[in-house]
Write a protein that binds this ligand. Structure first.
Ligand code: PEP
Ligand code: MG
Length: 324
């Protein structure tokens, strides 16, 4: 059965009513791209780039980063590779010499860190723009919580491209720029953020954590952690509607996308691209093939009228329980 699923990953993820979904892979280490390709992934929807910054005293050089990114692109010719800029601190790699923060996940994490350390950020942006000449790169920025952070990122991206041009490095200047929607303020401001970016990618791992004030890594509160909290579903709806109004595609790369039973919810919300761990790709593609989007849309309307996790779970189980 496992072998069948691995092969079936290469069948298209087309819904019963003929809508084609893109199912991509999440990776951390460059070599994981091979597993995504083997399982039938349509590209890389989330390349977490913290790994190269782990367990060392200095920062990786531009050339080193460029080589890593190029390695991934070489395995995925013609398919999108979404490189997420450094999501350092918080629960990920720690920057050396950083001051101890009492609440790192609410602290100088990800884009906040990068904007405070523009030299570190520009090194990564230059490496990405240089790698982008070898494939179909998208840039994804984590932990955006306000519009100014996107505008500052764009300015630094311009600066990185200018410096590459001046120094005569080959690079691709026009690269789609998207943001993670994983902080409630970004979800709420999605209509305004949509004017600033080329795509959204919803990070449910952090969005759930920050919406419900539940530490995603704390086992004492793990029983409270659920993508089916009605507040989370309403936020998702708010984001997908904003995206649709502004013609900004909405993707999902958080772990909610990797559970087959949630697929009808995500399709009903209008999400067109899912990115999941390599192992989950065939299963998610087969769940997509079992769903009718129009029915899923009506189902989501009913889900959104429920006010407790228990009611939502029950409705989901009775309607789509066989997708598990
Ligand atoms: C998320 O927050 O859902 C996400 C995909 O990012 P990470 O798990 O790397 O924080
Ligand atoms: Mg996150």
């Amino acid at each position: 059965r496992r072998a069948f699923y691995a092969r079936s990953g290469h069948l298209p993820a087309k819904t019963r009513d003929g809508i084609e979904l893109t199912v991509m892979g999440n990776i951390e280490m460059p070599e994981e791209v091979v597993a995504v390709k083997d399982r039938g992934g349509d590209g890389i929807g989330l390349y977490r780039t913290e790994f190269q910054y782990l367990a060392r005293q200095d920062f990786p050089s531009e050339d080193e980063l460029y080589e890593h990114y190029k390695d991934v692109l070489d395995v995925m010719p013609g398919q999108p590779v979404t490189i997420r800029t450094l999501d350092i601190n918080g629960d990920k790699a720690m920057a050396h010499n950083s001051d101890i923060e009492e609440n790192p996940v609410l602290g100088l994490r990800a884009i906040r860190y990068c904007l405070k350390k523009p030299e570190v950020f520009i090194t990564q942006l230059r490496a990405i723009l240089r790698a982008a000449q070898h494939g179909q790169v998208r840039i994804l920025v984590p932990m955006i919580s306000k519009i100014e952070e996107v505008q500052q990122t764009r300015r630094l991206l311009e600066k990185a491209a200018e410096s590459l041009k001046k120094e005569g490095f080959r690079h691709q200047r026009r690269v789609p720029l998207g943001i993670m929607i994983e902080v409630p303020s970004a979800a709420i401001m999605a209509d305004a953020l949509a004017r600033e970016v080329d795509f959204f990618s919803i990070g449910t791992n952090d969005l759930i954590q920050y919406t419900m004030a539940i530490d995603r890594g704390n086992r004492h509160v793990a029983y409270l952690y659920s993508p089916l909290h009605p507040a989370v579903l309403r936020l998702l709806k708010h984001v997908t509607e904003a995206g649709a109004r502004h013609n900004v595609p909405v993707f999902m790369c958080g772990e909610m996308a990797g559970e087959s039973i949630y697929v009808p919810i995500l399709l009903g919300l209008g999400i067109k691209e899912l990115s999941v761990n390599a192992q989950a790709i065939p299963l998610i593609k087969s769940a997509v093939r079992a769903v009718d989007v129009e029915q899923a849309r009506q189902f989501v309307d009913r889900l959104l009228q429920q006010t407790t996790i228990a009611q939502i779970e029950k409705l989901l189980e009775t309607t789509y329980g066989d997708l598990k």
